[in-house]
Design a protein around this ligand. Structure first.
Ligand code: ADP
Ligand code: ADP
Length: 225
């Protein structure tokens, strides 16, 4: 079943002078892992921010299930290039933070420890962010995005600031996390090879002359575990 449905989505900045998205149509199925690639400035981050409810749009339809996106929602977790963990909180407290903000559940603590284990951070819950490597901080950021059990995980170049070797390891970790949580994932990356390695489907956004944006979908057959 379709979880994310985007129809005729248009988005401009600077009072209409910058066209960021000209006419995007996209369906993403429940449980799918989609990567979005494309040159700088083609509108990838804008698309993700709109889906996350962090940005408004000019016209079109953006639906999560049966709900129109109109602001941040519990259904969506977001990860950016920087983990932005709060330095005065431990890793476990950072991951648990969204539970407190959104009205905590008593069983929240179990979820935190389970997520930390899935992300390979079991022994680091009591540590502070500065004690962790960049890759581990990003994994903690992914845990924090998942802690309220959203249906959708959106990631904008989550490993962009890491070196190539660490990125490769992180991709394996991410695949493991995805397989053990069953989320619908949309990941923005500059790396085609990363996209092909990770995704069920790669969305290619291209900026044509005149800033008209095109979307092309390539289906990649891949065994699912
Ligand atoms: P990408 O993520 O693919 O690099 P973006 O979504 O960041 O692309 O940007 C799409 C277009 O919108 C670019 O031309 C960019 O310069 C412009 N843009 C993005 N954010 C803003 C903003 N806050 N104000 C004005 N223009 C913006
Ligand atoms: P990188 O250190 O290159 O960013 P990772 O984040 O993938 O790579 O870390 C690889 C492994 O190195 C971790 O799973 C962990 O076992 C170990 N490690 C990294 N940083 C620390 C640290 N500060 N303390 C203890 N072990 C660490």
């Amino acid at each position: 079943p379709t979880l994310i449905q985007i129809r005729n989505l248009k988005k401009t900045y600077a009072a209409g002078r910058v066209q960021a998205l000209s006419n995007i149509n996209l369906d993403i199925a429940d449980g799918e892992f989609v990567c979005v690639v494309g040159p700088s400035g083609c509108g990838k981050s804008t698309l993700l921010r709109i889906l996350a409810g962090l940005d408004d749009y000019d016209s079109g339809q953006v639906m999560l299930g049966t709900k129109t996106v109109s602001g941040p929602s519990r259904d969506v977790g977001v990860v950016f290039q920087q983990a932005n963990l709060l330095p005065w909180l431990t890793v476990r407290e950072n991951v648990a933070l969204p539970l407190r903000v959104g009205g905590g559940r008593p069983d929240g603590a179990d979820d935190v420890d389970r997520l930390l284990e899935v992300a390979g951070l079991k022994d680091f819950g009591g540590r502070y962010p500065y004690e962790l490597s960049g890759g581990m901080q990003q994994r903690a950021g992914i845990c924090r995005a998942l802690v309220r059990n959203p249906r959708i995980l959106l990631m904008d170049e989550p490993f962009g600031a890491l070196d190539a070797l660490t990125r490769e390891r992180m991709n394996l970790e991410l695949q493991r996390i995805w397989q053990s949580t069953g989320k619908t994932v949309m990941l923005i990356t500059h790396s085609i090879s990363e996209a092909i390695f990770l995704a069920d489907r790669v969305i290619v956004m291209s900026a044509r002359p005149g800033r008209v944006l095109r979307e092309l979908t390539v289906d990649i057959p891949r065994p699912r575990s």
